[in-house]
Design a protein around this ligand. Structure first.
Ligand SMILES: C[S@@+](CC[C@H](N)C(=O)[O-])C[C@H]1O[C@@H](n2cnc3c(N)ncnc32)[C@H](O)[C@@H]1O
Length: 293
């Protein structure tokens, strides 16, 4: 894949406007917890010359890409390859007590979808799906080793698949003949189960479910939302862009339930029609922002 193109970010202006609000002049450091291709980080560094950014990603490709693509900002950009659930240690190890803003743009980057293994059902690649290639658990392990009950739970809860039980049963039956090794092994199994008009949407849900399990996405999100409020300076903001209802619900409840935060977005901010026309991924994006009291 062309190294120049990594990811087209969504809702950038809306998110940055909240983070760098006009009356907040003395920005010290902002944490971009989901660096990806660095779309948000670059905007923050350009718009706020005194501000530093800690850019976190657990995907080594994102770190490598940004190191190269943003070398001009190397004196103000601290790149950290880690899980954002370790945000407290990461901030402390970077030399800060508190921060002037935290943002997350959840989900997958285009690079992960188009150039890394296992994430897309449209390309035949090994069943990997690890954002962090040093982690042990892969999609292949989940599909070949997890029991039927565990798989059913994952498919219902993380994929909201109505026929989760039946799909799980088929996974277990099918792997008795031959273990799953590539994405198309799953696609072929689903082809036999699901009518053609539902195939793509059910495959999206199935891949989402396995990906959430492999990368413990919701567990990490709950943890960082708990820790974020403690790290923010008074008046500083946390902004989260999410792409499906499971994540959005977690963000909404964490903001509403926190005694340390005031919600700034009663309803989530969504992409404009113009943005949706040029970037279809923005269609499902929801931005929620809260401020430290
Ligand atoms: C949608 S992309 C972010 C794109 C980015 N905003 C940009 O402008 O290019 C999400 C990124 O977050 C990273 N990510 C997701 N969960 C993470 C976690 N728990 N810890 C660290 N990085 C994570 C993914 O590896 C991916 O690179």
């Amino acid at each position: 894949m062309n190294d120049e193109f990594y990811h087209e970010p969504v809702l950038v202006k809306e998110t940055i406007d909240f983070l760098l609000a006009k009356d907040r002049k003395d920005l010290n450091v902002i944490v971009d917890c989901t660096l990806g291709g660095g779309g948000y980080t670059k905007k923050i560094l350009e718009s706020s010359p005194g501000c530093k950014v800690i850019g976190i990603d657990r995907d080594v490709y994102a770190i490598r890409h940004c190191k190269k693509a943003m070398s001009e900002f190397s004196d103000r950009l601290i790149l950290v390859k880690d899980n954002f659930s370790n945000i407290k240690e990461i901030v402390r190890n970077s030399g800060f007590e508190q921060v002037s803003g935290i943002m997350m743009d959840l989900g997958l980057s285009t690079h992960q979808l188009n150039a890394e293994e296992g994430f897309s059902y449209q390309r035949d690649t090994p069943l990997d799906m690890r954002a962090d290639k040093e982690q042990r658990l892969t999609a292949k392990d989940v599909l070949n080793k997890f029991g039927e009950r565990e798989l059913t739970k994952i498919l219902y809860e993380y994929g909201e698949l109505k026929y989760g039980k039946q799909i799980a049963k088929n996974i277990v039956l099918s792997r008795k003949n031959k273990e799953f090794t590539t994405t198309f092994d799953i696609v072929n199994m689903m082809r036999e189960l699901v009518p053609p008009r539902y195939l793509n949407s059910d495959l999206s849900k199935l891949f989402q479910a396995i990906r959430i399990e492999v990368n413990a996405e919701l567990v990490n999100l709950i943890k960082i939302l708990e820790d974020s409020a403690d790290l923010l300076e008074s008046g500083a903001r946390v902004a989260v862009v999410s792409y499906h209802s499971l994540e959005d619900r977690i963000v909404k409840n964490a903001f509403r339930g926190s005694e340390k935060l005031k919600v700034l977005t009663k309803k989530p901010v969504e992409a404009s029609e113009e943005e949706i026309a040029v970037n279809t991924r923005s269609r499902s994006a929801k931005l929620r922002v809260a401020e430290k009291i």
